[in-house]
Design a protein around this ligand. Structure first.
Ligand SMILES: [Zn+2]
Length: 350
């Protein structure tokens, strides 16, 4: 069985923001997996259609999705309150803490490991959608580049020698990929517990129009049908690591040796200096400037100049990266003239 390929425009239309939506999972019942993976099954036999950690459950999911999730400890059980129609991977000891009307897959392993085993099985059985295969006749692709199936290369893109594009990579119009860049690799995320089981990846990488990827830069694919995303006209220098599900907005610059780690978000116009590291799940506000070698361990507000380890915001900067001086909550850039106000605790353009 193999799910159909989806076009980039279909993926975009699933989100109103201009970002790609997720690859969909063909729904199968919990019993379909329990027999294949040797897991116990009890409660309603629900056909689930997406994977979500407990923290990612949304009671008002507008698409009416039926997620599978996992419960690792009694103290997290409150997060299941009010949900019905879930499938929950957990242990026999934790079964009493799963509310009725939810299906349960029972494991004697760590629930997180078994949850990812289900993901791996869904992927191996071809139950996830995949990206349409296409290479534009106007794209320039070096003969030594390695391009797998399920890769979409748009018009006027340039893929240089030795670059590797793994499945579910979208290369937008005019994107440039320099030699030996690796896009859509699995990356490295081990499950907790024994720490030796690498989480399987079934998402993709999205490089929007005009993005540039430097030599030997690596961009890992999303984990559960979602995308690692590089916004339009954002430049990644050489030797950048861009982790799974990370996202950079438009017109960002990420300089040599920097690391943007799993699920981190850079809003539009962010500049990340050489060898700076932005930790997992961190958000950096628009037009911020992260100094050389900084280690960003907390969210950074828009228009901040931040550096050090751990990085702290030391000043405010203009979109042209000149420092701003506020007087009575107002500032004007003495280089480009843009004007700003400090309102509700945030810097905003006037
Ligand atoms: Zn300025």
């Amino acid at each position: 069985m193999s799910q159909r390929a989806v076009t980039p425009s279909e993926l975009i239309s699933r989100e109103s923001s201009g970002s790609p939506g997720r690859f969909r999972l063909h729904p199968e019942r919990a019993s379909f997996y329990s027999s294949r993976l040797g897991l116990g099954h009890t409660g309603p036999d629900i056909a689930f259609d997406c994977f979500r950690p407990l923290s990612g459950l949304d009671a008002t999911d507008r698409e009416g999705r039926r997620p599978i999730t996992y419960l690792t400890a009694r103290r997290f059980a409150a997060a299941l309150a009010g949900f019905r129609g879930l499938t929950v991977v957990t242990t026999p000891e934790l079964l009493p803490f799963v509310p009725p009307e939810n299906g349960v897959l029972l494991t004697n392993d760590l629930p997180r490991n078994s949850y990812y085993s289900v993901l791996e099985a869904a992927h191996a059985l071809g139950l996830f959608e995949r990206l349409e295969t296409h290479i534009s006749s106007t794209a320039k692709v070096a003969t030594s580049a390695v391009i797998f199936q399920d890769v979409f290369v748009s018009d006027h893109a340039e893929i240089e020698a030795g670059a590797v594009l793994y499945p579910n990579t979208y290369i937008g119009p005019g994107v440039s990929v320099k030699p030996n860049a690796v896009i859509g690799g699995d990356g490295f995320e081990a499950t907790s517990g024994d720490g030796r089981h690498i989480v399987p990846r079934v998402g993709g990488v999205w490089l929007a129009e005009g993005a540039r990827v430097g030599s030997c830069t690596c961009i890992d694919k999303g984990v559960v049908g979602d995308f690692t995303e590089v916004g339009s006209h954002t430049f990644l220098d050489n030797l950048v690591h861009f982790g799974h599900c990370a996202r950079a907005g438009r017109f960002c610059s990420i300089i040599a040796g920097a690391g943007i780690h799993g699920s981190a978000t850079l809003e539009d116009g962010v500049w990340v200096g050489p060898s700076a590291q932005v930790n997992q799940n961190i958000r950096v506000g628009a037009h911020s400037y992260i100094g050389t070698g900084a280690v960003v361990t907390r969210d950074i507000e828009a228009y901040s100049l931040a550096y050090g380890s751990p990085a702290k915001p030391w000043a405010r900067v203009c979109e042209c990266r000149n420092k701003l001086s506020f007087e009575a909550d107002q500032a004007a850039c003495d280089i480009c003239g843009k004007e700003y106000v400090f309102r509700n605790g945030r810097v905003q353009r006037r």
